[in-house]
Design a protein around this ligand. Structure first.
Ligand SMILES: [Zn+2]
Length: 360
C-alpha cells in the first residue's frame, strides 16, 4: 500500500506486467494533461570500455524512428502539436524518458513512445547525424567548470570502477572502426539492457486507473524480459591511494572553491530515515555557532553547502563545499581545521531529539 497524504486527491495503483515491467498508475482528475516516464536501470556505467558514451548515444537514437513510425521527427512533432514537452537523460546507472501531452492525445503519444522500447530502427543515416549532435554536446561543455571538475574526479578514483569512464561520448569514442560498426553495437546494447524487468514505468492522467492499466498492458507487454538480473558493482570507488589527498584544480572562471569530500558506502538502504540530511543540516547551518558564521567572521568564506556529492549503488560522497574569499584561500588549512573541529564536536555530542524530526 502506498502511504498517501490526506491532501493528495490522486489515486494510485502499482502493478507488475507479465514481462516483469513494474508500473505505477496515477489517476489525477485535476489535470487536463497526461504524462509518462520510463526509467531503465542502465546508464553510462554499462558502457563497454571500448565504447564510452554508448548508453547516452542510444538514448538519443531511440527517439529517431521506430518500426511503425519510421520518420525520425514524427514523435517530437506530435508531442509539440498537442501541447506537450518531452525529454530524456542518461545518468550513471539509469536512463529516463518522459513526456506530457493533452490528455486526449495520451494514447496516441504512448503508441509512439512504447515502440522506442520494442522496435527502434536505429537507422544508419540517423546514426551518422546524431553522432554529430553527441559530439556537439561534448564540445559545448569543454569550458564548463562543473564538467571539468567532474572529469578530474573521474581521473582520481579507482580506474576499475565504472564511474571513471567517460559518459558523454564523442566522434572518437563512437566512431565506426574496422569490423566494429557502431549501429550493430547500439543494437546489441539495446537487446541486452532494454528489458522489461530492468525498467519502471509511471503513467499519470485524468484517465481512471482501469483505463491506465489497460493502456499499460496493451502497449508495454511486448517489451521482452531479461534472462538474468543486472550484475552488482564490486569494485570500490576509491582505493586507499585516492583518499587523504589534496587535489588542486585550475578553474576556467575566477572561482575560489574548497570541496572537502568524505567517501561513504552506499546509503540507499537508509532512505526512510535520511541520516545524511541531519548532518547536512548541521554542517550547512548558517546561524550563530555554525561553521559558516565563524568563517565569515574571519572574512574567509561567502557561502557553504553540505551534503551534495555523487552517489550510486555502492558509493556516496558527502561533500562540504565552501565558496572562499581571496583571503580565505590564503588560510586553507585553518578553514579545514574549523570544519574538522565542528565534526569532532558533533562526534562528541548526542544529536538532539528534535533534529531527527527535521525534514529538509
Ligand atoms: Zn544528450
Amino acid at each position: 500500500m502506498l502511504k498517501q497524504s490526506p491532501n493528495d486527491s490522486k489515486q494510485y495503483q502499482a502493478i507488475t506486467l507479465n514481462n516483469g515491467l513494474r508500473v505505477l498508475l496515477i489517476h489525477n482528475d485535476e489535470s487536463t494533461k497526461s504524462a509518462a516516464a520510463l526509467a531503465v536501470n542502465v546508464g553510462h556505467f554499462n558502457d563497454p570500455s571500448d565504447r564510452q558514451g554508448l548508453a547516452h548515444f542510444l538514448e538519443h537514437m531511440l527517439f529517431l524512428g521506430t518500426k511503425t513510425y519510421p520518420d525520425g521527427s514524427e514523435y517530437q512533432k506530435f508531442i509539440n502539436q498537442h501541447g506537450g514537452n518531452h525529454n530524456a537523460w542518461t545518468g550513471t546507472e539509469h536512463t529516463c524518458f518522459f513526456f506530457d501531452i493533452s490528455a486526449t492525445h495520451f494514447l496516441s503519444a504512448l503508441e509512439r513512445f512504447s515502440e522506442f522500447f520494442i522496435a527502434p530502427l536505429l537507422a544508419d543515416d540517423f546514426v551518422v547525424k546524431e553522432r554529430e549532435n553527441i559530439d556537439a554536446e561534448f564540445t559545448l561543455k569543454l569550458k564548463d567548470d562543473i564538467r571539468r571538475l567532474y572529469d578530474v574526479h573521474k581521473d582520481t578514483i579507482n580506474p576499475k570502477h565504472p564511474f571513471s569512464q567517460f559518459s558523454v561520448g564523442n566522434l572518437d569514442t563512437l566512431a565506426d572502426r574496422d569490423g566494429q560498426n557502431i549501429s550493430q553495437e547500439l543494437q546489441a546494447f539495446f537487446q541486452k539492457y532494454y528489458r522489461a524487468d530492468y525498467m519502471t514505468l509511471a503513467l499519470e492522467g485524468p484517465q481512471n486507473l482501469k483505463e491506465l492499466k489497460h493502456i499499460a498492458e496493451q502497449l508495454f507487454s511486448l517489451i521482452p524480459s531479461a534472462d538474468s538480473p543486472l550484475p552488482d558493482i564490486d569494485e570500490p570507488l576509491y582505493l586507499p591511494e585516492h583518499q587523504n589527498i589534496k587535489i588542486d584544480v585550475c578553474p576556467v572562471k575566477n572561482d575560489h572553491q574548497l570541496i572537502i569530500s568524505f567517501a561513504m558506502e552506499s546509503i540507499d538502504q537508509y532512505y526512510l530515515d535520511k541520516p545524511e540530511s541531519i548532518l547536512a543540516y548541521l554542517l550547512g547551518h548558517e546561524g550563530k555557532g555554525s561553521i559558516l558564521s565563524s568563517l565569515k567572521k574571519q572574512q574567509w568564506a561567502l557561502a557553504l553547502t553540505a551534503g551534495s556529492g555523487i552517489n550510486g549503488s555502492n558509493f556516496k560522497d558527502f561533500n562540504i563545499s565552501i565558496a572562499l574569499t581571496e583571503l580565505g584561500e590564503k588560510h586553507l588549512n585553518e578553514v579545514v581545521d574549523i570544519v574538522l573541529a565542528y565534526i569532532a564536536l558533533l562526534n562528541n555530542t548526542d544529536i538532539a531529539e528534535y533534529l531527527s524530526l527535521i525534514h529538509i
